[in-house]
Write a protein that binds this ligand. Structure first.
Ligand code: ADP
Length: 571
């Protein structure tokens, strides 16, 4: 609620104006049956023609004013809802871009997407609705009760007796229905996740002929989502008919009791007609209030989900010191880390190594051995649980994100290219000259295919589907090579390159004497020429040294070499 209040604050004046319009319009509406009763009971029996016309005209005027007031108010309400939720979405998006990687893991991307879309939509609907009918319904209810009291107190007693019955019904039904809505929202989250996984993995799914299975998986989730929506909606739908039943029973009672009172001379027929109108207005207002309450609780649940993201930890920005001249480019000092702290299992443990400036480090190991995790710790996407990561002699937690990351060029495993031109994909919005882009593309062994695709202005479609895996990798390597990065990291970024291209790239990288290079690979040929090689397994460093040292001392390395190099030492 605090969240919604915060975003509505700038629009208080517009809201007050809209609500005043709404109030004026509603009061006009309330006057109508009263005026009708006066015409029927006083003016017509007295045969006062002019009076009838005058009051008839007044009724038309009231109806017109009610219409104008309602339209004006609804417009104001829509603009407040639109503007406030636009700001909310903008801030939420900004927040998501700043979230710590661990927080993104915690929420999961599909849930963040539905919080951005569905949940903000519920808040939008609620903000609009409360302004439109949240004011109208209570005025109709209270005003109606007051007027009916003055019209005929005895009949009003009947009305007041029915209200608690209605209130209780609504309460009981909503208590069951609202949690069902929350559940159905979770089902939608699940559905979004399946669609997302499917789109991302569509090629492999087709390649493995798993389309049928996936359809079945989607069908089941869709079915569950639909059922849960039906359960929630049909529970809440009981409200309407029950209310109508009570309303109509009430009307019958009013007619019954009213007729007797008219016969006994206690009241006039016009009063009964007006009373019936007010009765309908009042009970409809109650029905509307229950609808608002349902929507309000749904929106409140959504606001809670948004608030959770807003309060999540983001990457802090400290004005950190510069690196120490002469210090090693990277140093890991007994670093351990677990993604899931509760599991008690470390994903990397006790990592220790030093990488001097200008050196090339190779990291070799099977999938899941912690190679990418090591890079994430270096980039401070996650903070180490134990030990310290140093970059240029400074603890990475001291350095500002800007200093740290602008000094590192990286190609992540499973990275993608973006829609745009080939050149855009290299510069990525940075002010980099065309000469440098071309040089980077040549060094990344990408120039030949870039020329074939029409030069740097050649088009790249969304997720790079018009480029081969190897072409995408080379484009991303060119991106990392740009902008004078002190540390270059290629995380499994050459896996789709043939041996010759990879060798050519390696020799080009050697010319980047100012840069320290980290190459992660599964192929020994990609790292065997490095100054230092780490061999990782199960999150631990099993050996480090040059190729020949490892061939001598590290059994795991020898094993990998035997498998990949056919038993030769590959020198
Ligand atoms: P590699 O790069 O060597 O293939 P990773 O560093 O990606 O290995 O993974 C090391 C371990 O950490 C694996 O057991 C993997 O399941 C786990 N892991 C990686 N990323 C995450 C994550 N975002 N959340 C939880 N566990 C993760």
């Amino acid at each position: 609620m605090e969240l919604i209040k915060h975003y509505l604050k700038p629009y208080v004046r517009r809201m007050i104006l809209g609500m005043s319009f709404k109030m004026a319009g509603t009061v006009m509406e309330l006057l109508l049956p009263g005026l009708l009763a006066y015409i029927l009971d006083t003016l017509i029996p007295a045969r006062n023609r002019n009076g009838v016309f005058a009051y008839g005209g007044l009724m038309i005027l009231c109806a017109l004013l009610a219409w104008v007031g309602n339209v004006g108010a609804n417009r104001a309400a829509a603009s407040v809802a639109r503007d406030s939720v636009r700001t909310l979405r903008h801030d939420l998006f900004g927040k998501i871009t700043r979230l710590r990687a661990a927080e993104i893991d915690r929420f999961t991307p599909p849930s963040l997407i539905s919080r951005m879309s569905t949940d903000t939509y519920y808040v939008y609907r609620m903000v609009g609705m409360v302004q439109r009918i949240g004011i109208r319904a209570p005025i109709l209810l209270l005003g109606g009760i007051i007027i009916t009291m003055t019209l005929d107190a005895a009949l009003s007693g009947l009305l007041l007796a029915l209200m608690p019955v209605m209130g209780l019904t609504v309460y009981l039904i909503s208590r069951r229905g609202v949690p069902l809505f929350t559940q159905s929202q979770e089902h939608i989250d699940r559905l979004t996740r399946i669609v997302r996984e499917n789109l991302t993995g569509s090629r492999i799914i087709r390649a493995l002929c798993k389309t049928g299975d996936e359809k079945e998986r989607f069908r089941r989730a869709n079915e569950a989502a639909a059922q849960s929506e039906v359960r929630a909606a049909s529970t809440m739908a009981v409200n309407g008919p029950v209310m109508s039943l009570i309303l109509n029973l009430g009307l019958v009672l009013v007619v019954f009791v009213g007729a007797r009172r008219v016969m006994a001379g206690h009241t006039e027929p016009g009063v009964i007609i007006a009373f019936l109108s007010y009765f309908t207005i009042i009970l409809n207002a109650m029905l509307t209030i229950t609808r608002i309450l349902t929507m309000y609780s749904k929106a409140l649940a959504s606001a809670g989900r948004i608030q959770e993201v807003m309060e999540a930890g983001e990457e802090e920005e400290n004005a950190g010191p510069e690196g120490i001249p002469g210090a090693p480019a990277v140093r890991f000092d007994h670093v351990s880390f677990a993604y899931n702290k509760e599991s008690g299992q470390k994903d990397v443990s006790d990592l220790c190594f030093t990488l001097e400036k200008g050196q090339h480090l190779g990291i070799l190991g099977p999938t899941g051995s912690g190679k990418s995790t090591l890079i994430r710790l270096l980039l401070r996407l996650y903070d180490a649980d134990e030990g310290t990561v140093y970059v240029e002699g400074r603890d990475v937690r001291e350095l500002s994100m800007e200093t740290l990351r602008s000094g590192i060029g990286v190609v992540f495993q499973n990275d993608t290219v973006f829609r745009g031109t080939l050149g855009d994909n290299v510069t990525l919005g940075r002010a980099i000259s065309m000469e440098e882009v071309e040089r980077a593309l040549r060094d990344a062994q990408a120039w030949t295919f870039v020329e074939e695709k029409g030069g740097v202005d050649g088009e790249v479609v969304s997720r790079g589907h018009n480029l081969s895996g190897g072409q995408q990798q080379r484009l991303m390597i060119a991106r990392a090579l740009c902008g004078g990065r002190k540390i270059l990291i290629l995380d499994d970024a050459t896996s789709a390159l043939d041996y010759r291209t990879e060798a050519a790239l390696r020799s080009r990288l050697r010319q980047y004497t100012e840069s320290t290079v980290i190459i992660i690979a599964q192929r020994i040929s990609a790292v065997m020429h490095c100054d230092n090689i780490l061999v990782m397994e199960d999150g631990e460093i099993r050996g480090q040294g040059t190729h020949s040292e490892l061939m001598r001392d590290c059994a795991l390395y020898r094993e990998i070499a035997a498998l990949q190099l056919g038993g030769e030492d590959g020198q």
